[in-house]
Design a protein around this ligand. Structure first.
Ligand code: 3H9
Length: 654
């Protein structure tokens, strides 16, 4: 029978006596107004057609439904609302079954939850990622999911926003079955249930649960939320599902959803979402074809190098890891195997996955073995002569079209590139440590980097599942330049009257996982100390300079690793150390500074202003392309709370 069209994005065909509806709203089949109205029109048609006994919902393309249309948020509502569509699905007299191929996220998962049956394709994934956008599910997710999978599992899925793949979804009771051809299976399920009593999720009683287990799950969410509202509100709603009837629970969920949708937290997280999508788009590369990268060379297997190797292996690349001696290559291989073993332990990797990774790894002490590499990333000691020597050697080993990438943090990549005969093949890839965990990579577009080399580097980082931010050449790139600027401001405040723990508390109350002085202690104080000594000769004597950090280093306080830094660490616990306070007081007295009190708000304002001023400088120098890119660097590399949107976004709001 011919295709029936119910709206611009919803069509259907009859498979015998079952109406098979397809949502086709690229790129992610979001539930825009025409999808909702199309679904209602199709339901109305099927309700009135006596020869139709069942109804199947499917999505066209690689995603079932990516959720509500986020671009509609903040615009006047257009009927029918998603909750109304979903109520109509659940109450439908004929069986409604969804065929989930690809992801069913947010509102897409809520549509699935309201159906009378859910068939997952092998590539299906279910999730309610609303908390990542600063909201709670708004179309029944918090009420229906616990009815299907229980309170604790629902708290886990909803409050982390993570997705469950098909097999987990079936194990949880979220999906009924996995099928190689979910559409055919869903049609069969709809037909089979015709005329039978239907399993309506909203009518199921939430399974009984131990109150202490719920308290524990709730405490975990609160501890992780770092001041973000949505996950905490989501727990409250899931708990309510256990003791309210469906109507009351849905009303409470809707009110919370609408309140949070209009909150600053949600605006900030939506900004982050769209900034991430914008970051990958570089206009000048629109028509550029990237080079093919299958084999990756990594020079150095220390902490950084081994993290990069693991990341490349788990993303399917062949990796050649180069060390200076066969012994160092062997211990590098062990380190890499150790990281992979941990990933298996924490279930991020299967045992077969680990074996496959190790089979794709070659650890060597022979530089000539890198001849096969399409891309070589160096992760050796951050010293200019070491890196220039290495690039000179690599230049004659690798194929002429292979790409050379430096992972320097502070050195000038243009100088490193100049050591090669063809600097157009050199690019910067600034990973963050540990590189197998941290998502951020600053991709440095050097003075001579060829467009297809930049495009290839971006593709590589994307395939690693990481977030690439393009930046120009400057000392410290985007992140470390901003970090240095606000660290300087923090040290000015120390001299003016604040103490390290007051500054750290202000940052932590704002949402940073750790304040700046605690972070410095964790990283170790000696690298910045060496850098300050290096720059001392060229420093403008008129510029304000705070000596406190130097004094601490001179006193042997190098951070957590020796138990003393900005804090003391008896038994590993961060503790205020009167000896540090004495160093700070002495430094103030030397400059005749009369200390004054700082409020947490003043501390945060000054730190944010320092970040934003440096951010504006990076934009005007053309180092960063967009304010959103700066926000993403600070969020993903430096602990800036995502729910505040990043410094540039936060400044716009204040
Ligand atoms: C919700 O559902 C609330 C309900 O509980 C209650 C309602 C009453 N809307 O990421 P990609 C765009 S809240 C509009 O690169 P991928 C995206 O901006 C929603 N647009 O693709 C991009 O546009 P452009 C809960 C959306 O294949 C393009 O699609 N759902 C939406 O790497 C491609 O995106 C979520 O939070 C949307 N919902 O990943 C899921 N989603 O090309 C959010 C994407 O112009 N989405 N776009 O830059 C995702 O996680 C990923 O996009 C997805 C695909 C996994 C679906």
């Amino acid at each position: 029978m011919a295709e029936m069209r119910f709206s611009e994005s919803v069509s259907a065909r009859l498979d015998g006596d079952v109406l098979v509806v397809a949502i086709d709203n690229p790129p992610v089949n979001a539930l825009s107004a025409h999808v909702r109205s199309g679904l209602v029109a199709a339901l109305d048609y099927a309700a009135g057609a006596r020869d139709i006994v069942g109804f199947v919902i499917s999505g066209t393309g690689r995603i079932f439904v990516g959720g509500a249309d986020i671009r509609e948020f903040g615009k006047p509502p257009v009927a029918p609302s998603l909750p109304d569509v979903i109520d109509q699905i659940e109450a439908f007299e004929k069986p409604v079954v969804c065929a989930v191929a690809g992801a069913a996220l947010g509102g897409g998962c809520e549509v699935a939850l309201a159906c009378h049956g859910r068939i997952a394709g092998e590539n299906a994934a279910f999730g309610l990622p609303e908390v990542k956008l600063g909201i709670v599910p708004g179309a029944g997710g918090t009420q229906r999911l616990p009815r299907l999978i229980g309170t604790i599992a629902a708290i886990d899925l909803i409050c982390t926003g993570r997705t469950a793949k098909a097999d987990e979804a079936v194990a949880l009771g979220l999906a009924d079955a996995i099928a190689a051809d979910p559409l055919t299976a869903a049609i069969a399920a709809a037909r089979e249930n015709a005329g039978r009593p239907l399993r309506r999720t909203g009518r199921i009683t939430v399974p009984a649960v131990d109150a202490a287990a719920v308290d524990m799950a709730e405490a975990k969410v609160v501890a992780k939320s770092r001041g973000q509202c949505a996950p905490v509100e989501a727990v409250r709603l899931v708990k309510a599902a256990g003791h309210c009837d469906l109507e009351q629970g849905l009303a409470e969920e809707r009110a919370t959803f609408l309140r949070l949708r209009d909150s600053e937290e949600s605006a900030a997280l939506r900004h982050v979402f769209f900034a991430e999508r914008a970051a990958g788009k570089v206009e000048t590369l629109a028509d550029v074809s990237p080079r093919r990268i299958e084999t990756v060379g990594v020079v150095g297997t220390g902490l950084m190098g081994s993290g990069i190797v693991v990341s490349a292996l788990t993303s399917g690349y062949h990796v050649i890891a180069l060390e200076q001696t066969p012994e160092a290559a062997a211990s590098g291989r062990e380190r890499i195997a150790g990281i992979l073993a941990k990933a298996v332990q924490s279930r991020r990797l299967t045992a077969e996955g680990r074996e496959a990774c190790l089979a794709r790894l070659e650890a060597t002490a022979e530089a000539k073995d890198l001849a096969m590499a399409d891309l070589v990333v160096e992760a050796v000691f951050d010293d200019l002569s070491v890196k220039t020597d290495l690039f000179r050697r690599l230049d004659s080993i690798v194929a002429p079209d292979a790409i050379l990438a430096t992972n320097t943090s502070y050195l000038d990549p243009d100088t490193i590139a100049a050591a090669t005969a063809d600097p157009s093949r050199v690019v910067g890839l600034h990973f963050f440590s540990p590189a197998n965990v941290m998502r951020l990579v600053e991709v440095v577009d050097c003075a001579k980097t060829a467009p297809d080399v930049l495009a290839s580097a971006l593709n590589f980082v994307k395939r690693l599942g990481k977030l690439a931010i393009v930046c120009g050449v400057t000392e410290g790139f985007i992140g470390n330049r901003i970090f240095s600027a606000y660290r300087r401001e923090a040290e000015f405040m120390l001299e003016d009257g604040a103490l390290p723990h007051q500054i750290d508390s202000a940052l932590e109350a704002y949402g940073f996982p750790m304040g700046i002085f605690a972070v410095n202690d964790m990283a170790g104080l000696e690298i910045a100390w060496a850098r300050r000594k290096r720059l001392a000769a060229t420093r403008d004597p008129a510029e304000r300079y705070v000596e406190i950090a130097d004094r601490l280093c001179e006193a042997g306080r190098l951070g957590r690793k020796n138990g003393l830094g900005w804090y003391a660490y008896p038994n590993g616990e961060r503790t205020i150390d009167p000896a540090v306070t004495a160093v700070i007081e002495a430094a103030r007295a030397e400059k005749n500074i009369v200390p004054r009190a700082f409020t947490a708000m003043e501390i945060m304002n000054r730190l944010l202003t320092a970040m934003v001023d440096e951010g504006k400088a990076l934009l005007s120098e053309g180092i960063a392309a967009r304010p959103g890119d700066i926000d993403l660097v600070m969020i993903n590399g430096y602990g800036f709370p995502a729910h505040k949107g990043g410094p540039m976004f936060a400044a716009q709001k204040s």
